[in-house]
Design a protein around this ligand. Structure first.
Ligand SMILES: Cc1cc2nc3c(=O)[nH]c(=O)nc-3n(C[C@H](O)[C@H](O)[C@H](O)COP(=O)(O)O)c2cc1C
Length: 232
């Protein structure tokens, strides 16, 4: 056994693309079979689906590269395959326009608008459960345009740049900028975050030095409210 050799990265061939699309669909089936309520296609943060969207990381000259519509094709095919596999009502997609991470640069505003318009137009007929869009400004025209065009409920996600607080999350929904808000660090640090936010209870502070660790420490050992009250 032991570790397998690392594969050398390469641009997917046209023969490989449908195989990878089917792998996303099978992963979604596996998740539902394992008891998950739904799945989120990761189209953000510089990973594979996102790599297709940027004209910097995607230098293909076939029907998956070049124009905004071509670069949007893979994301749409993956979302469509996952929705067909497990149901659109169980399928969402995460996007992160202009995140500029892991070499996936999106610095030409006109191209970003054209590319994400193409993505959103391709997603619209699927009737997805949600789009989860990571951007520092969910109230900006780009994100609201993607939301309107995709016609799916928007989960706003301000990422690591801004701490997600209850007040900020409530304001985004109350003011109509989002249908829901994603929280990351507060959820990791508070196993009962919903109850704490509901009761305006004190929050555990996240311990960032334990993020991305290889052990349960910093993931499963934050005290729950009862524990706090009982002095456990
Ligand atoms: C420990 C940790 C690991 C994360 N890993 C990923 C990841 O692998 N992929 C991803 O897209 N986002 C990841 N995120 C980001 C969250 O999904 C989310 O966008 C972010 O935490 C929301 O901001 P908040 O922490 O202020 O609520 C991670 C966040 C944390 C705290």
């Amino acid at each position: 056994m032991g570790k397998a050799d690392l594969p050398v990265a390469h641009a997917l061939t046209l023969d490989e693309i449908p195989v990878v699309v089917e792998q996303f669909a099978q992963a979604a089936r596996n998740a539902i079979a394992a008891g998950f309520d739904g799945v989120e296609v990761h189209g953000a943060n510089g990973y594979l689906v996102h790599e297709f969207l940027s004209p910097v990381s995607n230098v293909r000259d076939d029907r998956y590269g070049g124009s905004p519509e071509n670069r949007a094709r893979f994301a749409i095919e993956v979302a469509a395959a996952v929705a067909a596999a497990v149901g659109a009502d169980r399928t969402g997609i995460r996007l992160s326009p202009q995140h500029d991470i892991q070499g996936v640069l999106e610095q030409d505003d006109a191209d970003v608008l054209a590319t994400y318009t193409a993505v959103a137009e391709g997603l619209a007929p699927l009737g997805l459960a949600f789009i989860d869009v990571l951007h520092i400004d969910p109230t900006g025209e780009l994100i609201q345009h993607i939301r309107r065009t995709a016609g799916a409920p928007l989960i706003a996600n301000t990422g690591f740049a801004v701490d997600t607080t209850r007040e900020a999350a409530e304001a985004l929904v109350a003011d109509g900028w989002a249908d829901a808000v994603a929280a990351g660090r507060p959820v990791i640090a508070n196993p009962d975050l919903v109850e704490r936010w509901r009761e305006d209870a004190e929050l555990n502070a996240p311990r960032p030095e334990l993020f991305y660790g290889r052990t349960p420490e910093g993931y499963t050992d934050y005290p729950a409210l009862e524990g706090v009250r009982a002095g456990v």
